[in-house]
Write a protein that binds this ligand. Sequence first.
Ligand code: 13P
Length: 257
Amino acid sequence: MRKTIIAGNWKMYKTIKEAIELSNGIKRELFKLDNPGIDIVLCPAFTALSEVAEVVAESDIMLGAQDLYWQDEGAFTGEVSAKMLKDAGCTFVIIGHSERRQFFGETNESVNKKIKAALANALTPIVCVGETLKQREARETFKVLEDHVRNGLDGLNKEDLLKIVIAYEPVWAIGTGKTATPEQAQEAHKYIRELLGKLYGKEAAAQVRIQYGGSVKPENISALMRQPDIDGALVGGASLQVASFAEIVKKAAEVIK
Ligand code: 13P
């Protein structure tokens, strides 16, 4: 049985004060949901991690970062290590988000190193994979997913696999208001799970949580969650408001109950 996981990727939004307000608001709303059986993860910018950690400390809400660097320490100006994220209170870290692949030169090789660094420091990586519109139109979706999964997870064993979360985020659905239809998302999730089955065995693949990300909103979460291989959501824009994020969690809870 895979536990549903809903994460908010706050991207480069929210000052420290705003992050405290947002996390407090989310905590208050989710407290009203009597143990929804969902893992909730908030991923603020680096600057707000410690403060949000304090807000969520006495709750079930968990903290994640949006990236990391694979070295423990050293002369790497501007970078933040897994050890530092642990120290700030993180238990999760997003790795290989398409915005990092697109704007900051992230490659499968760097994703791979980052996943290994996260695992070595007991952080759960949320590994993002997904195709661009051009790749989808060229019917390369599965090829891209295979490339991201195979090379991103290179060298990981079955035990490692069971410690990661995968997020399928079609690039064309991120921040565009265009969600993949539940069928399109399910098709990609199923493909990823089958590929993991080939690489690690069916039993292990059946345990891996695969989130969908890309314009997830209160209006579309239920249909997405009804798909058999969708185990939650990685939410961008709609995670920046208490009401919409709480509503997404509430609706997901209704589907899985
Ligand atoms: P949106 O929900 O804003 O489309 O962003 C999705 C995303 O990139 C989450 O990581």
